[in-house]
Design a binder for this molecule. Structure first.
Ligand SMILES: *Cc1c(COP(=O)(O)O)cnc(C)c1O
Length: 339
């Protein structure tokens, strides 16, 4: 049976071109800085994102944590959205491993953090308080693209308040494709930017932390301490180079498919679809009477994998989901409500 996996864009299978690049990759020991393929990937990522340097990491979680640990010392603080990945979905790593205090705030509906609210949360310089060091944003946030003028304001704002900025750009290229701008246009004014190769870009493993040259030594040290110093990692970096070189343009297809999925879900009365929130490759809906578990059980019989973690169901399109797959999914969801 064909599997249609809508749980995330992390589930993509590496393409034949990626497997070939991996098989043929020239490698060395990257802990010694000797892997030419890792170096090529890092140079490419830095160039595309607009930073001086970059560091290949095994996961996006680790890239974000390294950034936090470079920006913040023990007893410092980062301001972050309540639902942000690097606050809510990373096992509390900043606090657990970095001794860094999060200051979460409720994001606006478009995924931005209100800068007036941020100002009020910056701690006074006084022994009672941690030092506020960093503002973290996420783009895309729940599939939503941060407005460019907001990014310009926020990156200017951090300068005025003497903070640093980190962008969790796990899906930065989805944002760039949707806004028809380069990733650099969105990312270059941030101090650090993490990007995921293993989401919609389709690589099997890996993220890149893009950063200033002055931070690279610290970042390499924290990556080693966190267990992310890898050896002949050019094997996986090779797939990342294919992802960055050949898979960005095709994200538009995932966005079209998500739009199609969102529109067709709206045909189903039993669902409340957040149709306006569908901007890139994610679709969100709730059910008036049913549970995500019961829906997922039904769809599973037809090879469709659907998430059950939250009451709001998130479907994600990616390179292994076609328009025909979406029509098949719609048919099976309709069956669920009529059977
Ligand atoms: C997936 C993701 C990450 C990193 O996840 P890993 O699974 O650790 O690679 C970070 N931020 C966002 C917004 C993500 O979606």
């Amino acid at each position: 049976m064909k599997i249609i996996d809508l749980r995330s864009d992390t589930v993509t299978q590496p393409t034949p071109a990626m497997r070939k690049a991996m098989a043929e990759a020239e490698v060395g020991d990257d802990v010694y800085g000797d892997d030419p393929t890792v170096q090529r990937l890092e140079a490419l990522a830095a160039d595309m994102v607009g930073t001086e340097a970059a560091l290949f990491t095994p996961s996006g979680t680790q890239a974000n944590l390294i950034a936090l640990m470079c920006h913040c010392q023990r007893g410092d603080e980062y301001i972050v959205g309540q639902g942000a990945h690097c606050y809510k979905f990373e096992g509390g790593g900043a606090a657990v491993l970095g001794s860094i205090q999060p200051q979460p705030i409720q994001p606006e509906k478009d995924g931005t953090l209100n800068l007036e609210t941020v100002i009020k949360l910056i701690k006074p310089k006084d022994i009672h308080f941690v030092s506020t060091r960093l503002l973290c944003l996420e783009n895309t946030y729940n599939g939503k693209v941060l407005p460019l003028d907001y990014i310009d304001r926020a990156t200017q704002f951090v300068k005025e308040y003497n903070l640093s900025s980190h962008l969790d750009g796990a899906r930065l290229f989805n944002a760039a494709v949707q806004q028809k701008v380069t990733a650099k246009r969105i990312a270059e004014k941030f101090d650090t930017v993490s990007i995921c190769l293993s989401k919609g870009l389709g690589a099997p493993i890996g993220s890149v932390l893009c950063l200033p040259r002055a931070m690279i030594a610290d970042a390499r040290r924290w990556r080693k301490a966190l267990g992310g110093g890898m050896r002949q990692s050019g094997i996986v970096a090779a797939a990342g180079i294919v992802a960055l070189s050949d898979h960005i343009g095709r994200l538009a297809k995932d966005h079209e498919n998500a739009r199609h999925l969102s529109n067709r879900l709206c045909e189903i009365d039993e669902l409340d679809v957040d149709n306006e929130a569908t901007q890139t490759n994610m679709v969100f809906f709730t059910m008036k009477k049913e549970t995500p578990h019961r829906l997922a059980d039904h769809l599973y019989h037809y090879g469709i994998l659907s998430p059950t973690l939250f009451q709001t169901v998130r479907f994600v399109t990616h390179l292994n989901v076609s328009r025909d797959d979406i029509d098949f999914v719609i048919e099976k969801i309709k069956d669920f409500f009529t059977s």
